[in-house]
Structures are given as C-alpha cells and as structure tokens.
Design a protein around this ligand. Structure first.
Ligand code: HEM
Length: 508
C-alpha cells in the first residue's frame, strides 16, 4: 500500500524505510534546496519536426543520467556531514503543460489552473509587466521543459551544460538560459543582491532540520515544520505507487540595487532615523537586518555597543533567528505589516481577518532561488559597496508547492500586491509588490521603533526596485513517470537503483 501523505504528521525521518520509495521516486530540491553555488537553468522547446518517440527517449535518458532523486540528495548530504565528501552534480527536469502535450500526454489531471494557463496568461492577475516588456524567451508559451543543472565546481558545470546542450542538437531549441551564482556574505551565508541574508525561513520537512532549528532558537513561537502535502501531489501520470511530484514556479526578478539603496537612505531621512543606526530603514522594508536579525526583536543590526567586522552567532543569538510571530499587539510598530517577510509569511496576521493559523500556514512555499548577474568583487570575493548595479542582476526566484494558485500566486496577489493586507492602509510589499498602474501603494512607517502612536507614523512610497523579466509554471514529474517515457517499464528495481546511494552517480 502506498503512502497517504494527507495522513502524515510532520516532520518525517528520511531514514524511516516507509519513505524510501517515495524519496527515491521524487526529484531532489523539492524537500530541501540543492545547495550548490553554481546552477544553470535551460529552457527548452522541442522542434516541431522531431519525433515524439525520440523526445521521450531523450527525457528518459536525461532522467537516468542526470536527475538527482530526493533520496540520493539526502544520502549525499549525509555523506558530506560524515566525511566531507562534497556533493556531485545535481539535476532536475520540469515540464510545462504544453511540454506534456508535446510528448503525447494530456495533463488534464494536473488541474492547477495556473499551470494550465501558463505564466504569461496569468500575468495580468499578478500585475506582471505586459508581455512586450518581458524577455522574448519567456513570451508566447514556447517553453516545453526546463532543465536545472547545479554544481559546486563552475568548470564541471560548464562541461555538463555543454554535454546536455549537445545532446539536444537536432531535437530542440534552447529558448533561454539563466545562470545562477550564489552571493555569500562574510559568514559564507547566502545573500540576495540588495545585501540581505536569504534562505533563512523555510518550511522544514525532515525531523533533523526541525531539531536543529529547535536547538538554535526554539520552535514555540514559530513552528517551521511542514507536512509533505504542503509541496507534494501524487503524480497522476505515473503508473507507480509512492510517485509524487510538485508544482514549480520560475521567475527572473531583476533587482535595481542602486535605486533600492538610495531609497533606503531617503526613508531613513523621512523617518528621522538616527545617523548611527542607518540600517534600520532597510530592516523595516525587509523585516530583517542585512545579517538576518529580525527587526521585530531588535532595532539595531548588532547588539548595543558592538560593531563586529563579521557578526558571530555565538555572541549574537538573534542572527538568522526564526522563532517569532506577529501575534503580540503593537508588533507592527517594530516590524510594519508591509515588511517583505511579514507580507509573505504573516505568522498569524490573517487570523484577525478570519483565517485560521493552519490555513495561513498552508500558503507557505519551498523557496529555491539563486542570485544571477556579475558583481564587482573586492579582495575577499564579496561584492564591493560601491558596486550597485541598476540592471542585469537579480534573483532567479523559484519555489515548489502543492498548488500554484493557492500558494505562490495567492502570496503575490492577495498579500504582496494588496495594499489592504494585512490591514487597510498597509500598502504593497516594498520589495516584490507589483501595483496596479497609477494606484500608488504608499505605506506607513513607524518613525519611532516600538511606539504604537499612529501620530508617529510617516507615509512614504517604497517600491518598484524589483522587475519581473519573465518566467513559467511547471510540474516536477515523478522519476518513474520520466523513466518510463522510453517505453520500458523499469519496475521497482529501476527506481530503487537510487537506494544504492554509495554507487557511482550515473553522470560521473
Ligand atoms: C528579488 C526579489 C526578492 C528579494 C530581494 C527577496 C528577499 C527576501 C529576504 C531578504 C528574505 C529574508 C530571509 C529569509 O527568511 O529567507 C525573504 C524571505 C521570504 N521571501 Fe523573499 N525576496 C524576493 C522575492 C520573493 C517572492 C517573489 C516571494 C513570493 C511571492 C518571496 C517570498 C518570501 C518568503 C515566503 C520568505 C520567508 C518569510 C518568512 O518565513 O519569514 N520572496 N525574501
């Protein structure tokens, strides 16, 4: 009997044999980020004259050679922890609705309305730029599939990419390629282009990750654990038990770093923020200081009197801290309702609007983004402070979910873009909010951190520094579905090859 994920109590132990088949048949990256610093995202359109049989064979071959299952990913991470052997190249393959049709499958049972419509058509509902303002590869519903390849070693990744592109010759056109390269801060932690720590707060599916979070800062105010069905759906086209997939969103989001940084200073001035604490304005915008300290819990980036060259979690327990909620009265005077992390994870704000906390938590997404674009770097390899690009750099935003409509799109449309969420007069999310044209999303900001007096609030319009350049909605099919596209039925043994995690990776 297969696993009924609706009956699952989070979190799970991947070592539990009950989950072996599920993890061996699920693509990696869904339940945990692949974690490599270099990644390439290849968007493919199969030629109209290519035979369907040949395309199916290519996908099955790609799957056998390059796709990393969730089980392999878990085993590699375990190996790394035990003896420092670092991960091998990582691979994913996702299909669009038109991609399924191209290989002769009707994806009607993948009934998420936005997956069915595609991103371009859904754009109006998300206040996305008009198609003529997007990059051409993402326009016209051309994309059949996306391949993600990732590696710690950029040269090995280049070779892998060349091999994959060569295998597509005569079969497909590469309509877009997006290179991701992770930016890191002085602690070697990922940051996005505006300079803020990213990837802190995620739904956690594995016991060991929840236990680590518990040890770090507790989980009584915010429980990061998540059931598998937050992101997994049974793959309706796989003729195998325990075969799950996940809906996947890709969006190329350009970040105007210069504009954002200048506006941060203007906000600091408008709020009369003390010159000795200039980072506070940006923290009100994002909801965390650049080093990850939540602005709800402190009004300075570093503990009073300290200004370390590089912050240290042993002396500052609030770095990357995640055990907090917004349920205390007046919390918006410390972390405004519009702050990016509050808009996108309201940690209880929707309860006052009639939703339950469980309903709100069911909107969560598993974010898997990586930064893109070249930055000028100093001797330490980090982007220099003077280097503030206006175009050409940003975030390749990616996320997995059970429903694009109910999770990513709801978050973008009903929360980030909605000036009335979480309370009337909040304004849009100053980082990712996309407003209806000529309808300003002016926000109100506390001029005195922690003072709930409405008279101390200042109206100030912050936004438009992130621009959507294009993207698409996909499904991450189960591995048995992809393997069986060549007409053979590998059966259980084929999928369970992944159980021998110590064996050589097919791509090496
Ligand atoms: C260029 C665009 C974006 C930037 C610069 C950005 C930046 C950040 C930063 C700095 C954090 C805090 C670190 C963390 O908790 O991981 C964060 C968290 C988050 N972001 Fe974004 N983000 C962007 C796009 C998006 C989009 C498009 C969405 C979804 C519609 C989104 C959803 C979230 C969520 C759900 C969190 C976690 C909030 C929490 O649990 O507290 N972000 N983002």
């Amino acid at each position: 009997m297969g696993i009924d994920i609706s009956q699952d109590n989070p979190p799970i132990s991947p070592e539990d044999p009950k989950y072996r088949a599920l993890l061996a048949r699920l693509q990696g990256n869904v339940l945990k980020p692949h974690g490599r610093d270099h990644a390439v995202h290849i968007f493919i359109r199969f030629h109209s004259q290519a035979e369907e049989r040949v395309i199916r064979q290519w996908i099955a071959d790609f799957t056998n050679r390059y796709i990393t299952s969730a089980w392999r990913q878990y085993c590699e991470a375990r190996e790394f922890k035990l003896n420092g052997i670092s991960g091998r190249p990582f691979g994913n393959l996702f299909l669009t609705k038109v991609g399924y049709e191209r290989i002769g499958h009707s994806p009607d049972r993948l009934d998420d309305p936005l997956f069915q419509s595609g991103m371009e058509q859904a754009g109006a509902g998300l206040n996305d730029p008009a198609p003529e303002d997007l990059e051409p590869g993402f326009v016209g519903r051309k994309i059949h599939a996306m391949v993600l390849l990732a590696d710690e070693d950029p040269w090995r990744l280049l070779e892998l990419r060349a091999r994959v592109e060569a295998s597509l010759r005569h079969l497909a056109t590469v309509v877009a390629v997006e290179d991701g390269i992770a930016l890191r801060d002085c602690r070697n932690k990922p940051v996005e282009q505006f300079g803020y720590r990213d990837g802190i707060s995620q739904p956690l599916f594995f016991e060991e990750d929840v236990a680590a979070e518990y040890k770090r800062g507790g989980t009584d105010q915010w429980d990061p654990s998540a059931p598998l069905n937050l992101v997994l759906v049974p793959d309706p086209l796989a003729e195998a038990e325990d075969a799950f997939g996940s809906y996947f969103v890709f969006r190329k989001l350009e970040e105007n770093v210069k504009g954002f940084k200048a506006r941060e200073e203007e906000l600091a001035q408008a709020l009369g923020i003390d010159q000795s604490n200039p980072e506070l304005a940006g923290a009100l915008v994002v909801g965390r200081f650049e080093d990850g300290v939540p602005v709800l819990l402190r009004d300075t980036e570093h503990p009073a009197g300290e200004d370390p060259e590089c912050p240290d979690p042993n002396t500052d327990p609030l770095l990357d801290f995640n055990n907090f909620s917004y349920l205390q009265a007046g919390s918006e005077s410390k972390c405004p309702f519009q702050a990016h992390i509050r808009k996108t994870n309201p940690r209880g704000d929707s309860v006052a609007l009639g939703a339950t906390l469980e309903e709100e938590r069911a909107r969560r997404i598993a974010r898997r983004g990586i930064t893109y674009g070249e930055r000028e770097r100093g001797d330490d390899g980090r982007p220099t402070l003077e280097d503030q690009p206006e175009t050409g750099t940003g975030l390749l935003f990616m996320c997995f979910q059970r429903s694009i409509q109910d999770q990513f799109a709801f978050m973008q449309r009903a929360w980030a873009n909605n000036p009335g969420f979480a309370r009337p007069g909040t304004g849009i999310d100053p980082v990712i909010g996309q407003q209806v044209r000529n309808h300003p999303g002016v926000q109100r900001w506390p001029s005195v951190w922690g003072d709930t007096d409405p008279g101390k609030q200042v109206a100030f319009d912050f936004g438009d520094f992130v621009t959507m350049k294009g993207g698409e909605f996909f499904f991450a099919p189960s591995i048995p579905f992809l393997r069986r596209l060549n007409g053979t039925v590998p059966g259980v043994e084929g999928d369970l090859k992944e159980f021998a995690a110590e064996g050589p990776h097919p791509s090496t």
